[in-house]
Ligand binder design. Structure first.
Ligand code: ATP
Ligand code: MG
Length: 355
């Protein structure tokens, strides 16, 4: 039987995206060799500020057609605020993908590795190991509303939250399935039903309704304020955490911040039905302050690539990459953000060699 070729769009983007992407590809190629995978990389120069400066737009008009046949998009980073305002680069690329490809899940693993200094005192490796699942398409982030009596003493601003049963149920279902697949089978539902008295009790109700199909999963509803405190004080409580767009936005930055450098944190923007390609990218941005020195930590990119393989059904390859990352974080070489002296390339090569 011939193996299926996985078509991957490779978009390095801007700044250190261009430095960490080669390390992501290096490790993917090593994994492809070891696990006999057929990976077909389509390297793309657009969705970058260089392209914008040359063409006046972030992407060509037929970007959607070019990406539609892909199994996944591997993305570096976008943004070069010196020459292109962030809202132009972001809205012209990543946010278009998110909307047009209905990537309604934003997934961020949060894990404390051995060998990485933890900003929280007294935490042991393995103690922090959970996923944040953020609703990525609706909720608090709408353009519905406006300012009345602008510029007067009576000025009033209103901005609506919109949640649909369709939109809430699909993210909750994804989170329950993820929790159900893990050993602890524990799902924390972020809420604020004591203060936001219409939408949040409704959200809690949808969690109960969707959860009825997952009797083995424990549901733990927590208000967003105490939940945030527990990310810091009792991170061992968490297994899978699901949240609306706004709460998830905050939690998905807070979580990774508790596990060390931003150079480690990966993310996925998923369309779980695979109707459209999903996108995998480091949490960090283009980091103009360190670009050009080959010192960026490539792990967030490499781990994002591993998440991509997992999503594409290659669990063994994902696990092998994670093991290689674990070992290099303990034994080195390490980049400067981890207290070492190694270059981006050296760290990427070391990980690739262990896959
Ligand atoms: P965004 O593009 O999401 O708005 P940002 O531009 O505010 O993010 P980043 O580009 O992520 O921020 O950079 C924030 C800080 O983290 C910078 O000082 C940068 O050098 C550092 N940093 C980011 N990524 C890495 C990395 N992979 N390795 C080492 N340091 C990093
Ligand atoms: Mg930026």
């Amino acid at each position: 039987m011939s193996k299926k070729t996985l078509k991957i769009a490779v978009i390095p983007g801007d700044g250190i995206g261009k430095e960490v992407m080669p390390e992501g590809l290096r490790v993917l190629k090593a994994a492809a060799q070891r696990f006999d995978l057929a990976l077909d990389f389509h390297e793309i120069e657009w969705a970058s500020c260089d392209y914008y400066l040359a063409k006046g737009q972030m992407m060509p008009d037929d970007w959607k057609a070019q990406l539609s046949g892909m199994d996944a998009i591997l993305f570096g980073a976008v943004g070069w605020p010196q020459t292109v305002p962030d809202h132009v680069s972001l809205w012209g690329s990543l946010l278009k993908f998110r909307r047009e490809f209905d990537q309604y899940i934003n997934l961020r693993p949060v894990r404390l590795f051995d060998g990485v200094p933890c900003p929280l005192a007294g935490r042991k490796p393995g103690e922090i190991d959970y996923f944040v699942v953020r609703e990525n398409t609706e909720g608090e982030y709408t353009n519905l509303g406006g300012v009345m009596y602008a510029g007067t003493e009576r000025e009033i601003v209103i901005q609506e939250t919109v949640m649909s049963r369709f939109g809430a149920d699909r993210v909750l279902k994804y989170a329950f399935e993820l929790a159900n697949s893990r050993a602890r089978k524990h799902l924390t539902v972020a809420t604020k039903s004591n203060g936001i008295a219409i939408s949040m009790p409704w959200w809690d109700g949808r969690a109960d309704a969707v959860g009825a199909d997952f009797p083995e999963v424990t549901i733990d509803k927590q208000h967003i304020d105490i939940l945030s405190a527990r990310f810091v004080l009792q991170p061992g409580r968490f297994d899978v955490v699901v949240a609306s767009n706004l709460f998830g936005d905050i939690l998905s930055d807070l979580g990774p911040a508790t596990t060390g450098t931003i150079g480690l944190a990966p993310s996925a923007n998923l369309n779980p039905e695979r109707k459209f390609p999903s996108l995998f990218e480091p949490v960090h941005g283009s980091a103009p302050d360190i670009y050009g020195q080959n010192i960026a930590n490539p792990v967030a990119m490499i781990w994002s690539a591993a998440l991509m393989l997992d999503f594409l059904g290659q669990r063994a390859a994902h696990d092998a990459i994670l093991k290689a990352i674990e070992r290099v974080l303990v034994e080195g070489p390490r980049t400067r953000d981890l207290g070492g002296q190694a270059s981006t390339t050296e760290m990427g090569e070391a990980i690739a060699a262990l896959v």
